[in-house]
Design a protein around this ligand. Structure first.
Ligand code: HPA
Length: 270
C-alpha cells in the first residue's frame, strides 16, 4: 500500500469514513510510533491520521507532530489534507463556515518545531506555507460541490490548551488574524520540511472569546464539528477522487536536499 493522499483529522474528526478495507498500521518513527489507518477510495490508497490520537487523548501542545508527519512521509504520502476546528476572529466567518487558510501567525511557546534541530542548518521557505496548488484543488472541489469555502485567511496559532482571553482575541484581530486555533503550527511547518504538500480546511466552531456571547467549551467545539464535518469530508474526497498527482508546486523542493530529514546520530529524538 502506498497512499499518496493523507487526511489529518482534527478535533471531532476521528474516523476514516468512506475508506474501504481500512486497516490500522503502526508506523515506527525516530520520534515514536504512530497509528495510521490506510484504506482505499476510488482505487487509491488513502491514509488517515487523527491528530489527537484515538479518542482525542492528546492535547494540542502535546501532539507528537514530528512523529505524525514523519509517519505519513514514511508511508509514501505526498499530499496532506488537514482539518482544524477554529474560533472566528471576524464576524464574516460565522460558526459553521469553512475557511481555507493561506498563512499563519505563530504564538506557540513550547513545542518541538522542526525536523532540523542541529546542523547543518536548514531554513525552510514559508512564502506559501499552505500549498497553493492543493488549495486551488480544494477551491475547485468546493465549486463543483457548490460548497461555500472562504478562500484565504490567516490562522493564529496559540499554545493552548486554554482558550484565549478577550484581550488576546482583540489583539489577534488587530494584527489581521481570521481564525484562531491550537494545532496548525508546527504541523504546517513540518509538512513543508518533509517536502509534503499540505492544506488545511478550518471549520469555524465558535466566535473567539469575548465575541462569543457565552463562555467557550470543548464540548461545543466538538458538537459544532460533528454537525458540519460531512462538508469537509465531501471536499477532501472530491480532491482525492480527482487524483491530481502532478506536484508542480515548490513543495517537493522545499528543502532541496540541504540535508536528510530527521535527527542527527546521537541526537535525542524526543
Ligand atoms: N480558540 C482556540 N482554538 C479553538 C477555538 C478557539 O476559540 N475553537 C476551536 N478551536
Amino acid at each position: 500500500m502506498q497512499p499518496a493522499f493523507a487526511i489529518i483529522g482534527g478535533t471531532g474528526v476521528y474516523d476514516p469514513a468512506l475508506l474501504e478495507g481500512a486497516q490500522v498500521q503502526l508506523v515506527e518513527t525516530p520520534y515514536g510510533s504512530v497509528q495510521v489507518t490506510v484504506g482505499r477510495y476510488h482505487n487509491q490508497d488513502v491514509a488517515f491520521l487523527p491528530r489527537h490520537g484515538a479518542g482525542h487523548s492528546v492535547p494540542p501542545h502535546r501532539v507528537n507532530y514530528r512523529a505524525n508527519l514523519w509517519a505519513l512521509k514514511q508511508l509514501g504520502v505526498s499530499q496532506v489534507l488537514a482539518t482544524a476546528a477554529v474560533g472566528s476572529l471576524q464576524h464574516t466567518y460565522e460558526p459553521g463556515s469553512l475557511v481555507l487558510v493561506d498563512g499563519f501567525l505563530d504564538f506557540t511557546k513550547s513545542r518541538p518545531i522542526t525536523f532540523f534541530d542541529t546542523g547543518p542548518v536548514v531554513h525552510v521557505d514559508m512564502t506559501d506555507p499552505y500549498c497553493g496548488r492543493l488549495r486551488a484543488q480544494l477551491r475547485a472541489a468546493a465549486g463543483r460541490l457548490g460548497l461555500t469555502l472562504h478562500d484565504g485567511g490567516t490562522y493564529v496559532c496559540t499554545e493552548g490548551p486554554r482558550f484565549e482571553t478577550p484581550q488576546e482575541i482583540r489583539f489577534y484581530q488587530s494584527i489581521g488574524g481570521a481564525v484562531v486555533g491550537m494545532t496548525s503550527v508546527p504541523e504546517v511547518v513540518l509538512a513543508k520540511e518533509a517536502e509534503l504538500c499540505y492544506a488545511c480546511v478550518c471549520m469555524v466552531t465558535n466566535y473567539g472569546a469575548g465575541i462569543s456571547p457565552t463562555p467557550l467549551t470543548h464540548e461545543e467545539v466538538v458538537a459544532a464539528m460533528a454537525a458540519n464535518v460531512h462538508r469537509i469530508r465531501q471536499l477532501f474526497f472530491t480532491v482525492i477522487e480527482a487524483g491530481e498527482h502532478t506536484r508542480d508546486c515548490r513543495c517537493p523542493q522545499a528543502v532541496q536536499g540541504q540535508r536528510p530529514l530527521g535527527p542527527e546520530k546521537g541526537e535525542s529524538a524526543h
